[in-house]
Design a protein around this ligand. Structure first.
Ligand SMILES: Nc1nc2c(c(=O)[nH]1)N[C@H]1C(S)=C(S)[C@@H](COP(=O)(O)OP(=O)(O)OC[C@H]3O[C@@H](n4cnc5c(=O)[nH]c(N)nc54)[C@H](O)[C@@H]3O)O[C@H]1N2
Ligand SMILES: Nc1nc2c(c(=O)[nH]1)N[C@H]1C(S)=C(S)[C@@H](COP(=O)(O)OP(=O)(O)OC[C@H]3O[C@@H](n4cnc5c(=O)[nH]c(N)nc54)[C@H](O)[C@@H]3O)O[C@H]1N2
Ligand code: SF4
Ligand SMILES: [Mo]
Length: 721
């Protein structure tokens, strides 16, 4: 028996785990009390690290046409499937879908970009367009770089306004903050306050100093009401960055038509509370507005995400301790560079003519591209760590479309609702056999820190690492010999070392290609040892020697060096946002008598893929339709009885749970369920399948600026089943 330390890879919180290892099995997991960032915090998912690692349903060998095959046979089958499509129809006929766990693996951080470059396809899709793409676009416009996202400085703030996020269950997102609940309680303990705006009284809302119900999809009205008040009551004060912000008067003009008294009806928040929030934000020594899924996966997602930061900027809270700040991750640098700004639409989707954003197309249009004949029709698909058949809108249609592809290959450890359609499934090694470094989340952490976890268990004989799998696919797509991944590993290392003097190259350490690439990034990064020139600096060795992580201090101001706009300032208003504001203004007069559907998350679930662990699904059925007492009464629905829910896209039948935790006019159903499809291998999940909420969401309604799907605020009809 031994103890090993490892960062939890299951959500964005980046907790340190203390694992008990017995031979080649992880037999226990608890919070690492000495971890510099999580201080012993753990949630039920992290505690199941061993169970997830050793799940008997996990694939340990590739599947070719449903039968177990050797890795060589599997790669032969992929080559035989992909090459003819590429040769006959060109690169755009091959689409790729990248799922959420790519942001939690080193292979995702290091090997996806080269794969996409080799692919050269316009048909790149990912979970980003059912998630945070609006935030990338709004930050792209404001700061010139869609990857620069300010996070709430929750440990030092005095007042936090939380819109459409439920960190008590999700543990936070686009704000890596292990023990988010503990950090919010600490805020209250030091005399601060937080307010939650959500159409449901969530666990987070019930801990808040105030909870305001809001009609789904209308946060942009509320936020514009706040902006209007800030200008009208002379509360605008940009603080230290005032000289580095442009477009303030344009924002005032845009907000002119959104007086709190005019928007209150549409959003359901009283005008005096909207004004009150503006005053509180302006008066607090430091305040942070934070919005997440409920502000992104809505019709006006980009403008809402933008307004979140506009309010932060106008109240002087951008880049100030206790406000919202830019983390500095150890693998990145902090050099000021002239920027070219950000734009979308460098190409468009073939069928619906939707603009490219950040190199990808909206996943809401993937089914169109597969189903619609013509040149460049999608005929083959690669999925990596994704389950779009459960997680994207009108997934009933996508399920049928995917079934009609010429060829499909999935890199995934499970035979699930999506991968059951694959001709070949390539299962990567489990997390215990992978090294871990958070390329995505250290750049979103509410305190700067560094951590690397080497593999806990030795590699399994003959099972390739996920970096090797992606490297071989990359070589194959480029038409190069692909039986050995090494040439690509070598090429990437050479590229990473391009700016490093040749005499220092042999100082790079690491037992694995990903470790060597990380070592180069750390040594060249903001806190790096410059390959020995700065012995106090970071390198891979130092992170391995510090298994509880290295604290790098509270967030520090980064304006102007972080900015990449053409003007070198924070650019508050760009033309696409002006046009979108006009569309929002027109929506003010819409009627609001529809019943609308929103989602929800549960602490013991993670999107679609943790329902196969007995301890995580035991207990009462969680896939219920929450309905307010008033709506249940009006529609003659009975608690515990099934109801039929119908939208433009589809119909599901699901058990009703009557609760006053949802506001009247709103019903809620979690996503990631619906594990009753034939041909999967999820024996535990199949015992409590639930229904797929994305049968109901509509692929035709998107946030136009980002292409993001609208997953909240879906009009539905309801009747007893
Ligand atoms: N209605 C509705 N729909 C939603 C949402 C919502 O709030 N409401 N939320 C959306 C959001 S935020 C997201 S991020 C998406 C998620 O959408 P997806 O990423 O498409 O779905 P996941 O359920 O996260 O599926 C993850 C897949 O990765 C596999 N996997 C796990 N670990 C690894 C690994 O190490 N390597 C590889 N190769 N595979 C691995 C799992 O087996 C699983 O198949 O869902 C979205 N869909
Ligand atoms: N336990 C658990 N943790 C997770 C995940 C999980 O599935 N389970 N998924 C991970 C992923 S991929 C992500 S992206 C994050 C998401 O992290 P969060 O955004 O914190 O998670 P959600 O629970 O989806 O919270 C969204 C909230 O928005 C509310 N909402 C819906 N529509 C609106 C609206 O129009 N306006 C407002 N103001 N609120 C609205 C919903 O009621 C819900 O409470 O969680 C991550 N962590
Ligand atoms: S909160 Fe997230 S990172 Fe922490 S233990 Fe739970 S799943 Fe893992
Ligand atoms: Mo997500």
């Amino acid at each position: 028996m031994r103890t090993a330390y490892r960062t939890c890879p299951f959500c964005e919180a980046a907790c340190g785990l203390e694992l008990t290892v017995d031979g080649d099995r992880v037999t226990g997991a608890r919070g690492d009390r000495e971890h510099v960032f999580s201080h012993g915090f753990i949630c039920p998912k992290g505690a199941m690290f061993g169970q997830l690692t050793h799940d008997p349903d996990r694939l340990r060998q590739p599947l070719v046409d449903g039968r177990e095959a050797s890795w060589d046979e599997a790669f032969d089958a992929v080559r035989a499937g992909l090459r003819p499509v590429l040769e006959r129809y060109g690169p755009h006929a091959l689409a790729i879908y990248l799922g959420n766990p790519n942001t939690h693996t080193m292979s995702g951080g290091l090997y996806i970009s080269p794969l996409l470059r080799a692919l050269g396809s316009r048909n790149v899709y990912s979970a980003s367009t059912v998630d945070q793409m609006p935030k990338h676009v709004s930050c792209g416009y404001l700061f010139g770089n869609p990857l620069i996202i300010p996070v709430p400085d929750v440990d030092r703030t005095d007042f936090m306004l939380i819109l459409g996020a439920n960190p008590w269950e999700s543990n936070g997102s686009l704000a890596t903050a292990a023990d988010f609940p503990g950090r919010l309680k600490a805020l209250q303990a030091r005399g601060g306050r937080f307010v939650v705006v959500d159409p449901r009284r969530t666990v987070t809302a019930s801990h808040a100093d105030e909870h305001l119900f809001i009609r789904p999809g209308t946060d942009a009205f509320l936020l514009f009401g706040i902006v209007h008040t800030l200008f009208g009551e002379d509360l605008v004060d940009l603080g230290d960055i005032a000289g580095q912000v442009s477009g303030v008067s344009s924002v005032r003009d845009l907000a002119a038509d959104f007086a709190p008294e005019l928007v209150a009806d549409a959003c359901g928040v009283p005008a005096d509370r909207i004004r009150g929030l503006a005053r509180e934000l302006a008066a607090a020594p430091a305040a942070a507005v934070y919005g997440r899924i409920g502000t992104c996966t809505v019709e006006f997602g980009t403008i809402t995400s933008w307004l979140v930061d506009v309010v932060n900027i106008l109240t002087g809270n951008l880049d100030r301790p206790g406000g919202v700040m830019f983390p500095l991750a150890p693998h990145l640098t902090d050099e000021a560079k002239r920027g070219r700004g950000f734009r979308t639409g460098r190409w468009h989707s073939r069928v619906r003519h939707l603009p490219e954003v950040k190199g990808e197309l909206p996943v809401a249009t993937l089914a169109d591209e597969i189903e619609t004949p013509g040149e460049e029709q999608v005929r083959a698909l690669i999925t990596i760590a994704g389950n779009p058949v459960l997680s994207t809108p009108n997934s009933g249609r996508l399920d049928r479309a995917v079934a009609g592809l010429d060829f499909m290959v999935s890199v995934d450890p499970y035979l699930n609702e999506t991968t059951r359609h694959a001709d070949v499934v390539l299962p990567p090694t489990d997390a215990a056999r992978k090294g871990h470094y958070d390329f995505s989340f250290l750049a979103l952490a509410v305190r700067n820190f560094a951590a690397y976890s080497p593999p806990v268990l030795p590699p399994e004989e003959s099972v390739p690492d996920e970096c090797d799998i992606l490297a071989r696919l990359t070589l194959m797509i480029s038409g190069q010999p692909d039986t050995d991944a090494a040439p690509l590993h070598d090429l990437l290392l050479q590229q990473a070392l391009q700016k490093v003097p040749a005499e220092l190259h042999d100082r790079v350490t690491g037992d694995h290609p990903a470790e060597r690439l990380l070592d180069v990034a750390l040594r060249s990064g903001a806190y790096g040892d410059r390959f020995g020139a700065d012995p106090d600096g970071l390198n891979l060795r130092k992170l391995i020697d510090n298994p509880h992580g290295i604290d790098l201090g509270p967030l520090r101001p980064r304006i102007p060096s972080v900015l990449r706009t053409p003007s070198g300032t924070v650019e508050l208003v760009v033309p696409p946002l002006v046009l979108e504001t006009a569309r929002l203004r027109a929506a003010l007069t819409r009627r609001h008598d529809d019943l609308v559907l929103v989602g929800r998350r549960h602490l013991r679930s993670n999107n679609s893929w943790m329902h196969n662990v007995p301890a995580l699904i035991k207990g009462r059925d969680r896939c219920t339709l929450q309905v307010s007492p008033a709506d249940a009464d009006r529609l003659s629905l009975t608690d515990g009885e099934p109801a039929q829910v119908t939208s433009r896209a589809g119909t599901v039948t699901v058990r009703v749970e009557i609760t006053d935790r949802v506001m009247p006019g709103v019903v809620s159903l979690p996503h990631g369920w619906g594990h009753d499809a034939p041909g999967t291998r999820l024996s535990v999940a199949a015992t409590a399948p639930g229904v797929n909420s994305n049968i109901l969401t509509d692929e035709l309604v998107i946030d136009p600026l980002s292409g993001n799907s609208v997953l909240n605020g879906i009009p539905v009809e309801l009747k007893p089943a």
